[in-house]
Design a protein around this ligand. Structure first.
Ligand code: ADP
Ligand code: MG
Length: 234
């Protein structure tokens, strides 16, 4: 019975996700279909219709690319990653977007030994998602602080701190649920992807937030001193 129950549980999670995906994709599809029918009927081509159609198509594209990240296999190529360098590289990717949104990104890396075990592309994906959320949380601009340090018990923690709108306390449990988004153009898949990747790295995520003050997302990685790095990891 235990196994059957386990299977039913699994199915319902898959079923839930499938229903969520279907719902999220059906909405923009319905809009695109409606506008296509309108364009077919009317003699004049209204550019406004095309604009809506394009933005709805982009929405489907966003959802599908986020789902593809989720669908990719578990991390297999764990390597020695300089988390400080990875954070700096990721922040650099946002240099033009930050200026565009009146946002300044400061990095504070305080690590004598900056190495963790991980998959750098996946970890980059996590920090890209978190930096995106931080920028989106500050419609009037502000400062994002990206920091990394070692905790007293030897773990590496990376933090993304913003001065944005914050998250109501009762909503924090919803974060990371598929398709939970408060944004007009959000997919609600970003934090789910982060959770999955961090879990695969043996890490944890913690969220502190205050309305209209800002949010700090902390990512804790397991301790991984140089002496503990297996020989096959270079
Ligand atoms: P999306 O960004 O597509 O909405 P995410 O999974 O990245 O999906 O985030 C889910 C929700 O969590 C967001 O819609 C937002 O309400 C909230 N959120 C995440 N990060 C922040 C942040 N830094 N500040 C305020 N709210 C946030
Ligand atoms: Mg997001």
């Amino acid at each position: 019975t235990e196994e059957i129950m386990h299977r039913t549980e699994k199915l319902s999670v898959v079923g839930q996700l499938a229903a969520g995906i279907a719902h999220e994709i059906r909405n923009p599809l319905t809009a695109i279909k409606g506008f296509t029918q309108l364009l077919k009927k009317e003699e004049h081509n209204d550019n406004a219709y095309l604009e809506v159609m394009l933005s709805e198509l982009e929405r489907i594209e966003d959802i599908v690319s986020d789902l593809l990240i989720l669908a990719k296999p578990q991390p297999s190529k764990m390597e020695k990653v300089d988390i400080g360098l990875l954070l700096e590289d990721t922040v650099d990717l946002f240099s033009s977007e930050a200026i565009l949104h009146n946002v300044e990104i400061i990095t504070e890396i305080e690590l004598a030994d900056p190495y963790i075990k991980g998959e750098s592309n996946k970890l980059k994906q996590v920090f890209i998602n978190l930096l995106k959320n931080a920028i989106e949380a500050m419609p009037d601009g502000g400062t994002i602080t990206v920091s990394a340090m070692r905790t007293s018990n030897g773990r590496v923690v990376a933090k993304i701190k913003d001065e944005g709108i914050g998250i109501p306390e009762e909503r924090i449990p919803n974060l990371g649920e598929p398709f939970y988004s408060t944004k007009e153009k959000g997919t609600g898949l970003g934090l789910m992807i982060c959770n999955r990747i961090i879990k695969n790295h043996g890490g944890t995520i913690s969220i502190e937030s205050e309305i209209n003050k800002g949010t700090t997302i902390s990512i804790f990685f397991p301790s991984f001193g140089p002496s503990k790095i297996p020989a096959n990891i270079k």
